[in-house]
Ligand binder design. Structure first.
Ligand code: HEM
Ligand SMILES: CC(C)=CCC/C(C)=C/CC/C(C)=C/COP(=O)(O)OP(=O)(O)O
Length: 300
């Protein structure tokens, strides 16, 4: 007969912190923080002040992590049914509802206070609005209400470069909004590619994602059109003179690659391509923002 293996307290502790880290969606937040950093760097021509940079990144990261943990909390029932998410800490019972809520509130409050006291109130309130936009408006309402859920909800996820910009300058600037527009138009192809791959699972839990409500072919058309729109949005920093030729060349190459993949998905699909498009979207955004940074320091 098998003897139950007692879990050492060290192993249990390791599992715990991994579970809490998982609830913050660390890879998503990491990419967001790259866009925050780029927003900060593009806000000023020269070096950026260290205090708002460090505390801005910390505060925005904590509040984004808090929003992600709230998403885990609110979605725990459907997450427990879908194959991609059933192993998450809440549906598996590794973290209780009370602990998840406490964790989300504590890191969210810590992030807000950091921004309010050590950066500026404008950034604190804008980040708070993004947190509510993702955790409450998108997760608790839009996600179950309309197939345009991720288009509207995408605004919250697109805010980080503006948050970085205001952290440094304490004011709105049209150029920061251009970076928000880029992420806003990037979000539908990013997510719908994954939603095509996971269409049956979303249907199973009654979430009205576009491929469920309007079919896979229509979703592919929308991905292609949004990718086209994204290509145009990526030209805006050059048109207004914020970015130069390095960015123009880099972003054009990236846009062409994304357009090619979206065109393939629509007209020459093959098994696994939707997931390839989803993965490509992540590298695309990462590379795009790195090119913005390189262009800023080498050219502008
Ligand atoms: C409403 C807007 C968005 C939706 C609905 C969305 C949806 C998703 C989903 C469902 C996944 C999980 C894929 C999986 O578990 O395999 C994912 C992964 C990811 N998303 Fe998004 N996303 C959004 C916005 C963003 C934004 C704004 C960023 C960054 C700036 C981002 C970056 C990422 C990254 C880096 C991953 C990979 C995470 C990993 O491998 O663990 N997403 N996204
Ligand atoms: C303060 C601030 C900047 C807030 C932004 C917060 C944030 C982490 C947004 C991420 C967007 C995202 C991963 C959506 C997917 O949610 P989903 O529920 O559709 O995906 P899931 O099924 O994988 O949970």
């Amino acid at each position: 007969m098998n003897k139950p293996i007692a879990m050492s307290s060290q192993v249990r502790l390791n599992l715990y912190w991994r579970d809490y880290l998982e609830m913050t969606k660390p890879k998503v937040v990491a990419l967001m923080l790259l866009t925050v950093l780029v927003g900060m760097c593009l806000a000023l021509p020269g070096a950026i002040p260290l205090q708002p940079m460090i505390f801005g990144m910390a505060g925005i990261g904590l509040m984004a992590g808090s929003a992600a943990a709230m998403n885990h909390l609110i979605d725990r029932r459907i997450d427990g049914i879908m194959a991609r998410t059933y192993n998450r800490p809440l549906p598996k019972g590794r973290v209780s509802v009370t602990r998840a809520l406490t964790f989300a509130l504590v890191i969210g409050a810590l992030g807000f206070i950091t921004l309010y006291v050590l950066v500026n109130p404008l950034t604190a309130w804008l980040t708070f609005a993004s947190l509510l936009g993702y955790a409450v408006v998108y997760t608790a309402y839009l996600k179950r209400a309309t197939s345009q859920n991720i288009v509207i909800g995408g605004l919250a996820g697109a805010m980080p470069p503006l948050l970085g910009w205001t952290a440094i300058t304490n004011e709105f600037h049209g150029n920061a909004l251009l970076l928000v527009i880029i992420i806003f138009t990037w979000t539908p192809p990013h997510f719908w590619a994954l939603a095509i791959h996971r269409e049956k699972e979303y249907a199973k839990v009654d979430i009205p994602m576009l491929p469920v409500t309007h079919g896979i072919e229509f979703t592919k058309t929308c991905i292609l059109l949004y990718t086209l729109l994204l290509g145009l949005a990526c030209l805006l920093p050059v048109i207004v003179g914020m970015s130069g030729p390095i960015y123009l060349i880099g972003s054009t190459v990236l846009s062409c690659m994304f357009l090619f993949k979206a065109w393939q998905l629509k007209y020459a699909d093959k098994p696994g391509l939707a997931m390839q498009v989803f993965k490509f979207s992540i590298y695309h955004l990462m590379a795009l923002f790195m090119v913005l940074l390189v262009d800023h320091y080498l050219w502008s």
